[in-house]
Design a protein around this ligand. Sequence first.
Ligand code: ADP
Ligand code: GLC
Length: 492
Amino acid sequence: MDKLRILFAASEIVPFAKSGGLADVAGALPKALKALGHDIRLVMPRYYVVDREKFGLKLMEGGLGVPMGAMGEIWAGVYEGLLPGTEIPVYFIDHEGYFGRGGLYEEGGYSYLDNDNRFIFFSRAVMQLAKKLRFHPDVIHANDWHTAAIPMMLNTHYAYDGDFAYSGSLLTIHNLQHQGRYYKGAMDVLDIGWEHFNANEIEEYDGINLLKGGIVHADAISTVSRRYAQEIRSAEFGWGLEALINNNSFKLHGILNGVDYEEWNPALDPFIAETFDRGDMSGKQICKRALQHTFGLPHRDDVPLIGLVGRLVEQKGIELIVHAIHALMHMEIQIVLLGAGELWAEHFFSDIAGRYPHKFGCYIGYRNDLAHQIEAGSDLFLMPSLFEPCGLNQIYSLRYGTLPIVRATGGLDDTIENYQNNAKDGTGFKFYDATPDALINTVGWAVYTWYNEREGFEQMQRNAMERRFDWHHAAKEYEALYYRIKAGRRGA
Ligand code: ADP
Ligand code: GLC
């Protein structure tokens, strides 16, 4: 098989800028594709947080003209660098007005008002960059609403452009909740022609929906777990797009994310108090004490410690925790939480830490080292998401022998095997109903197991630590999909 030329566009990429799992995926999947021999190149915006010196980024000569319809042509700079530790080129679209800001998408809880223009600009710049580089991609891989305009642009502006004569597109949906819905005036900036402003393409309730347009125009669409690919076809998870997704199910795929085991490995982790692994778990006990120390909790080996890490938003089931918290605090447990997000939730959990200082520790903010320490030092990890396209934290937890307690949805359902009474063959604890009672019961069940069936619990830890969700496997599935896209285009 010919090696592929893949242009991978994402709004965030580890280690340059990250707000969630999309960045983890964008920083890891390309490495696995490169290892398969493909020519993959990455593009992202040059936000203010992107450290040009640290990553040795160089300004490319010439820059790019980016047509923005009614706004005319806007000039972009391009920085060039490499994904650290690899030979994978990464290009950063530079525009001080659009990206020289404190946040990626928002500041202080308020989305930037010009996010439509910012990401239409970025998407168009990706296309212009491909031309400038004469890259001739076989596949342009777009991710989420931020780059969903790319498949539309490919089929309109660039439909007869020789530089894209053999280019197809894949749109990966990491989260269907965010769709890029804007005032229809953005059509004049997108500039693909008002004939595409109709209910079968980009129009929705007299506004535009970028993700919808991307779903219609992409050669293939994928989500980050099989289960989520099924779920988004239903009203419960479809966020209004379920009918459209059903109509396009012929090109819908579910490919489970992997995780980067070079970063998340208790045997090598530089952030944790003591390394450990399946054969010798003594280090985990030391990590637990260090974690209790960090959060000012009593140093006790005789209570189970439950960790929580994540964005404090509705998706993550924080309201279930809010309603369950007092019941949980009546159990003989400790909880540590690391998260940032909605203001009310930040205040709520800080208050709980004040009210139960011996049982509940809370750190509001974003800290990668602490995320590692929580994975390592906890006995259990709580992730009660209302929906979860894939979820990475529960997979990290498995590797650290920290048994996940999860709601059985999306990737959580696909990656965690439920505990069976006496069977000792699960890797975590699942509940189905999105209710505080279901959460409380299942935490109770996990805690009971920790106290009273220690041998079974330890067997589950060993099971969990053996499981692997590696990127090589996922990359093979993407590769197969890319070849299909390419064959489809050539045959068209
Ligand atoms: P999502 O992308 O929906 O936020 P994922 O589970 O896929 O959920 O990925 C979340 C990623 O962000 C993980 O790598 C997790 O460790 C990290 N993360 C989330 N919140 C924080 C935080 N407050 N501090 C450090 N890391 C965080
Ligand atoms: C999204 C989803 C999360 C997924 C991540 C990476 O942010 O919320 O479930 O793991 O993307 O694909």
